[in-house]
Design a protein around this ligand. Structure first.
Ligand code: ASP
Length: 303
């Protein structure tokens, strides 16, 4: 099987002056994942690597650079799924670690659990020897400024928060030489969310899904809309019903809007190794490995 990888760095109205940073950040992540995959590495390792690199990059709303909640704190969500065994690891509302996707992977690898939340997730990170960090290490000035601005905004709703601002949830989907598919997603969630709010990202089938028999998907966008239609599972099921990866991604995003009025984006890899992405937002940041094994990175615009 020819291995393939696609990554995203969020879908929304990505501010002009951050386009270059998004293109560069998704490219670096895709190249790092591809370096593993192209040498026979597993899809799971490649998506974990790609996502963790974007978590370390303050450009994105994941790991360092995550948005602040209504209490001025960072609570992060992440998931990783193994399409060979339909196993997953996920964390929700976890604080004080740099790489939630690594913690999700440890849950997948070392436990018979699927999803750990909050303090329990952080305690598990400590047990596994992950480095705990102070919130200040994850916090960037851009998000402090945004938090202060939102504090002054009357009648602010979560959906409003997606409209003007760059929301850089990150994700990756890959298929490896063995034909195994994996998907991962990581996010700081929605700006100015209530403490304890969990979005679609760590919810299996919503923020990501992977099944070797159909395909894998990673989603971004308004979480409360995405979870209503279980977007990633909807898209991978469409492949099972005979759609191409592109048809499945287009159909899933159309359904997101038609059934919920929601906005977002989706990347996919199907069991034949076809990649696709679709979005109904002004922009989406994506990078992928093309037919000549070259990494392409773009801010797509046009909706
Ligand atoms: N889907 C994420 C959430 O609602 C945010 C995003 O993708 O921008 O938490």
């Amino acid at each position: 099987m020819k291995p393939v990888l696609i990554v995203h760095g969020g879908a929304w109205k990505i501010a002009e002056d951050t386009h270059e940073a998004h293109i560069h950040g998704t490219r670096l992540a895709c190249e790092a994942g591809w370096a593993m995959l192209s040498k026979g590495g597993t899809a799971l390792d490649a998506v974990e690597k790609a996502v963790s690199i974007m978590e370390d990059n303050p450009t994105f709303d994941a790991g360092v650079g995550s948005v602040l909640n209504r209490a001025g704190e960072i609570e992060m969500d992440a998931i990783i799924m193994d399409g060979a065994r339909l196993e997953l690891g996920a964390v929700a509302a976890v604080r004080g670690i740099t790489n939630p996707v690594r913690l999700a992977r440890l849950i997948l690898r070392d436990t018979d659990h699927s999803l750990l939340v909050g303090d329990g997730a952080r305690r598990f990170a400590e047990i596994k020897g992950m480095r705990l960090c102070a919130e200040a290490e994850l916090t960037v000035q851009r998000e402090i400024d945004r938090f202060r601005q939102l504090q002054q905004t009357p009648n602010y709703t979560l959906a409003d928060g997606f409209a003007p601002s760059p929301q850089g949830t990150v994700g990756a989907v890959a298929i490896d030489e063995q034909g195994h598919i994996a998907a991962a997603t990581s996010t700081g969630g929605a700006s100015y969310k209530l403490p304890g709010r969990v979005g679609d990202s760590p919810l299996v089938g919503s923020g990501a899904y992977a099944d070797d028999q159909t395909g894998g998907a990673s989603a971004t966008g308004h979480g409360e809309s995405i979870m209503k239609i279980v977007l990633s599972k909807l898209a991978t099921d469409a492949i099972g019903h005979g759609f191409s990866a592109q048809e499945a991604a287009d159909c899933a995003i159309r359904t997101l809007y038609e059934r919920t009025g929601g906005y977002g984006g989706l990347i996919m890899v199907d069991h034949r190794g076809e990649t696709a992405f679709a979005y109904n937002t002004p922009h989406m940041a994506v990078a992928w490995v093309d037919a000549d094994y070259k990494v392409q990175a773009r801010i797509k615009s046009g909706n």
